[in-house]
Ligand binder design. Structure first.
Ligand code: NAP
Length: 258
């Protein structure tokens, strides 16, 4: 049987909050394929939960990294330089906006709320990549981030997060161009809705899940495992000719006109 073999590769997976996180679904697939893993969590309050998850994947490192703090990103880069010397896979599964900016009027988004959402959810992809560049360019690498259809369509209540996802997807294309010469690929997965901590912060999320399941060509929502599998594909050599792409893993919802 053909299997994806990532033994000898090092994968940094950012954005695991709990067992429902999409980053966790990708981490599990990477582990099964043999990659060495490091999971990061945003602040001490999540440390125990993420360490407990990491214990399910023997040999996995866990490190604190709040992407609004450059010093914690630099500390991760230093530690991985010492531990591994290179990073071949990077998963960016990070997004955040103020609760009040994910309901109510988009037009009334504050300057601070707009900046904070774009900083955490889009700028962090550039900033983390830049801090890790010496490690990523060592043997070449594949980077995957997570986006949503609100990057290109109007979605009720998605508000400032739609703006952040639009910037994120454009950053994927721009980074793909700039880093392609170093054999670093950059892609996004545009995932259909899945119940996670971040998703639950979107006002009316349960209705979104129902709507997607009714309208999608596959007449259901996607599973975490399907997003994990797509992540594994993009992080492995099976996708070696793919970069700058947004891959829809949404049961086909995005192709519908009505
Ligand atoms: P999740 O489990 O809540 O993951 C979001 C992660 O972002 C959490 O680990 C969160 O940590 C982290 N984060 C927030 N602020 C951070 C910061 N300053 N520094 C570092 N990490 C920070 O939810 P998820 O749904 O799996 O989200 C992962 C990605 O998938 C996001 O980009 C999301 O937009 C995207 N996505 C999700 C769906 C969906 O329906 N679930 C659909 C399409 C795309 P804290 O818990 O500490 O805040």
């Amino acid at each position: 049987m053909f299997a994806i073999d990532l033994r000898g590769r090092h994968a940094l997976v950012m954005g695991v909050a709990n067992h429902r996180s999409l980053s966790w679904a990708i981490a599990q697939q990477l582990h099964r394929a043999g990659a060495a893993l490091c999971l990061t969590y945003a602040g001490e309050r999540l440390r125990d939960d993420v360490q407990q998850l990491a214990e399910r994947l023997p040999g996995t490192l866990t490190l604190d990294c709040d992407v609004t703090q450059d010093r914690t990103i630099a500390a991760v880069a230093r530690r991985l330089h010492r531990e591994w010397g290179s990073v071949e896979c990077l998963v960016h599964g990070i997004a955040w906006a103020r609760r009040e900016d994910l309901e109510g009027k988009f037009v009334a988004t504050s300057r601070e709320g707009f900046q904070a959402a774009l900083d955490v959810s889009a700028y962090s992809l550039l900033n983390v990549t830049n801090h890790l560049l010496p490690l990523l360019e060592r043997h070449g690498a594949s980077i995957v981030t997570l986006s949503y259809l609100a990057a290109e369509r109007a979605v009720p209540n998605y508000n400032v997060m739609g703006s952040a996802k639009a910037v994120l997807e454009q950053s994927v294309r721009q980074l793909a161009w700039e880093l392609g010469a170093k054999d670093i690929r950059v892609n996004a997965i545009s995932a259909g809705p899945v119940s996670t901590l971040a998703a639950r912060g979107i006002h009316g999320f349960t209705g979104m899940l129902r709507h997607h399941a009714e309208k999608a060509p596959l007449r259901r929502n996607v599973t975490r495992e399907e997003i994990g599998g797509a992540g594994l594909f993009l992080l492995s050599d099976l996708s070696s000719g793919v970069t700058g792409e947004t891959l829809y893993v949404d049961a086909g919802y995005h192709v519908m006109g009505l």
